[in-house]
Design a protein around this ligand. Structure first.
Ligand code: UDP
Ligand code: MG
Length: 320
């Protein structure tokens, strides 16, 4: 039986690292191609820095290489989905182009896939080259996610992973706009296996994830996989009602026994401001969910394709 492996690489403005990445990943794929057919599919997510030209020129030289160009920058999650939709492999691997995910780990992922796992994900052992604040905020986020989400989402795990055919097909059925991929991978179920590795610092170019984008990703994760914040408002409301009932009782008794002294303005203003704040936060939470419902209800396509050149495939017989 000749198995087919597809390697999907989302690319957005990676001109500087692409040549190094390409030669490293090709070295690994060539060694694999003795036992299986291998396809490499680059998803060009609307790059503007010459990555597209480089891929174009490389395509001429290399038949095993496919390039799927999207009509604009849709973001990594959409780019990966586009890759999954077009990859034909019995197993599909997603890997970042910036060399933070070592291509040398690919054979290990495949080994576990052959043992029967449907999702084999790579877990970072260390986060080198990342600042203290980023490490800490990531840790906090994973902890919050663990408590809130209905399905356990593995921590310190990026998108670097192998998916079996049926896992890819399952993922392809989930067409939601707000794609928190780490959650979706977990949500589909099937036997999953972690492989740990040391994550390097980005070698060239820079991360497109600013803290603002990371904050938005965190919001995405929480609102896509948990409705707990919506329920929070109810509990907040109940709690404050009970408190104010107690406070009212206290005032009643004080007036009955000690008369009615006028002061009370500070407590009044504090309570009004506090409740105003709570109400605004709750409205904001509802707004976050409402905006997502609105976006989903439009049912827009996840991405559009500019052009597509399918991969030829590196066949076992080409390898010698
Ligand atoms: N990427 C993409 N579209 C985007 C942003 C990023 O396809 O809008 C790709 C990028 O080229 C890289 C991968 O996604 O291959 C990871 O991006 P990055 O290194 O910026 O993210 P980080 O490693 O910091 O999570
Ligand atoms: Mg990176």
């Amino acid at each position: 039986m000749n198995e087919l492996l597809s390697v999907v690489v989302p690319v957005f403005n990676e001109r500087e690292v692409l040549p190094t990445f390409h030669s490293r990943v090709m070295a690994v794929l060539e060694s694999l191609s003795t036992s299986m057919t291998v396809q490499l599919l680059y998803v060009d997510d609307g790059s503007t820095d010459g990555s597209s030209d480089w891929l174009q020129s490389q395509m001429g030289e290399d038949a095993s290489l496919g390039v799927l160009r999207l009509s604009r920058n849709f973001g990594k999650e959409a780019a990966m989905s586009a890759g999954f939709d077009h990859a034909e492999g019995d197993a599909v691997i997603v890997i970042d182009a910036d060399l933070q995910d070592p291509p040398e780990l690919i054979p290990t992922l495949i080994e576990h896939w052959r043992e029967g796992y449907d999702v084999v994900y790579a877990t970072r052992e260390s986060r080198e080259g990342e600042q203290w604040f980023k490490r800490k905020s990531a840790a906090l986020f994973y902890r919050v996610m663990d408590r809130l989400s209905d399905v356990p989402i593995p921590r310190d795990t990026g998108d670097f992973r192998l998916l079996s055919r049926r896992a890819v097909d399952a993922l392809a059925k989930l067409r939601e706009q707000h794609r928190y991929m780490k959650g979706l991978y977990a949500w589909i179920g099937y036997p999953q296996k972690a492989v740990s590795y040391a994550r390097d610092a980005r070698s060239l170019g820079r991360s497109k994830w600013s803290y603002w984008r990371l904050w938005n990703l965190a919001l995405e994760g929480i609102t896509s996989f948990s409705a707990a914040p919506l329920k929070l408002a109810t509990w907040f409301g109940l709690f404050t009602s009970l408190m104010s009932f107690g406070y009212g009782l206290f005032f009643l008794l004080r007036t009955l026994f000690l008369g009615n002294p006028v002061p009370g303005y500070p407590s009044l203003i504090v309570i009004i401001l506090f409740l105003g704040g709570v109400q605004l936060v709750c409205l904001g939470i509802i707004g976050e969910y409402l905006a997502r419902t609105y976006n989903e209800s439009k049912g827009r396509q996840l991405y559009f394709v500019m052009d597509y050149r399918p991969c030829g495939g590196l066949h076992p017989r080409d390898a010698h």
